[in-house]
Design a protein around this ligand. Sequence first.
Ligand SMILES: O=C(O)c1cc(=O)[nH]c(=O)n1[C@@H]1O[C@H](COP(=O)(O)O)[C@@H](O)[C@H]1O
Length: 237
Amino acid sequence: MNHRPIVALDFPNRQEIETFLSYFPKEESLYVKVGMELFYQEGPEIVHWLKSLGHDIFLDLKLHDIPNTVESAMRGIARLGVDMTNVHAAGGKRMMAAALNGLKEGSSDGKPPVLIAVTQLTSTSEEEMHTDQGLSCSLKESVLHYAKSAEISGLDGVVCSALEAADIKEATRSDFVCLTPGIRPQGASVGDQKRVVTPAKARELSSSYIVVGRPITRSEHPYESYLSIKKEWNGEI
Ligand SMILES: O=C(O)c1cc(=O)[nH]c(=O)n1[C@@H]1O[C@H](COP(=O)(O)O)[C@@H](O)[C@H]1O
């Protein structure tokens, strides 16, 4: 198994990414996540540049708007040639279906990016979900509800905590993508995350992909931290 953790490039500009990537061997092809912080500063050019370096890209903009707006935005995202992108499942089934349609229309090679939907953010606890969102069900029920909605809408999978991945796959299908952020190696600082697991546990709990930011980007030795998390994720340590 040689699965790469997806590295969340949560930096404010290209210069800081150049510094971060200088710790990695040039030939190391990474799977990176470009999120709001970076994209809103650097725009689509940052995607073209990272692609030119040979990296695979998850564009994480978490779209959530009326179906027509999301569909049009997704047409443009498909043209960027990213490998994966996302929406918020809370936008509803019509919005998710529109997102998928936009991606299909925008991808000239007929291979639209993988589309996944955020269920409950990994920074949300069950208690916060009750108070902030006014939901009375359990967090797991809410996540499963969103996962089923995403599947019905034709999406490839969801963003969730690894803690929910096995139940989601059972409720949907075994190849339904469960991309799981909130990953922390043993002893690492949790920060604002709530539903966290180690890379080894994520593997055990059947995550499809793990997303890792600060444990790598804020490390004094980013490449060593990346390799150690990758090994753990691949069950090699
Ligand atoms: O969609 C995401 O990528 C995402 C969803 C979610 O529920 N939780 C979550 O942490 N993320 C992203 O995953 C990354 C996690 O970063 P760290 O907490 O630094 O490892 C951040 O870039 C978040 O924006």
